[in-house]
Design a protein around this ligand. Structure first.
Ligand SMILES: Cc1cc2nc3c(=O)[nH]c(=O)nc-3n(C[C@H](O)[C@H](O)[C@H](O)COP(=O)(O)O)c2cc1C
Length: 195
């Protein structure tokens, strides 16, 4: 097998690994930077770079936990749900927010093209981490729409797209629903145009 085939094989084995199955350590500052640099290879019409990543360090987890708990309280959640929201701030040995900056004032680059770029950036970011041996999962939930979380992470015109939890996988990632992917579930994935 040549290097290209090996790399394609590795990429084909990227599956999301949830926080329960992620062990320390998370990425180093250099590894985060390398993943973010790979995200910059996303196709980006107009070079708008409609995304950025914000890494939440260990020392900031307590502050994030307070934000999550306060948000859950304000949404009228019961006390056990508030505690679960608080605990979510400690998910993943590594945690980053993907912040999107999608503009609606660029005539040649409508929002949907910018969102495609954001998604491609997320994929490249996660593939880079996967190739470094990390497991990761993109997560959203109520926190990404919480006003206080928004204020803490976003500048004007931005929105928090999702979190990325990262760590060493304690079990190999696997397809969520193997039957639905390529085993007959994707028969319209790639078709020739009939003309
Ligand atoms: C922006 C975004 C947000 C997501 N949020 C959640 C979430 O909150 N909870 C969840 O279980 N999966 C969420 N997912 C889906 C998982 O990250 C993952 O893609 C899915 O479980 C399928 O696994 P796979 O990546 O191995 O195919 C989200 C995906 C994206 C792209």
């Amino acid at each position: 097998m040549n290097a290209e085939e090996a790399l394609l094989g590795l990429l084909a084995r990227r599956y999301s690994v949830g926080p329960k199955y992620l062990a320390p350590p998370g990425p180093t500052a250099e590894q985060w930077a390398q993943a973010a640099a790979l995200a910059l290879r996303a196709p980006d019409h107009g070079g708008l770079r409609p995304f950025r990543f914000v890494v939440v360090g260990d020392a900031q987890r307590a502050a994030l936990a307070e934000l999550f708990a306060t948000g859950a309280k304000q949404r009228g959640r019961a006390s056990d749900e508030i505690e679960r929201a608080r605990a979510r701030a400690c998910n993943g040995p590594g945690l980053a927010a993907l912040v999107a900056r999608v503009r609606d004032d660029v005539p040649d680059v409508p929002p949907h093209e910018q969102w495609l770029c954001v998604g491609a950036a997320l994929m490249n970011f996660m593939n880079a981490l996967h190739l470094m041996g990390f497991g990761a999962k993109a997560l959203s939930g109520a926190s990404v729409s919480d006003p206080a979380v928004h204020t803490a992470f976003c500048r004007s015109g931005e929105r928090l797209a999702n979190w990325v939890v990262v760590g060493r996988p304690v079990r190999v990632g696997h397809p969520k629903d193997p039957a639905a992917k390529f085993a007959g579930g994707a028969d319209d994935l790639l078709l020739p145009w009939p003309g």
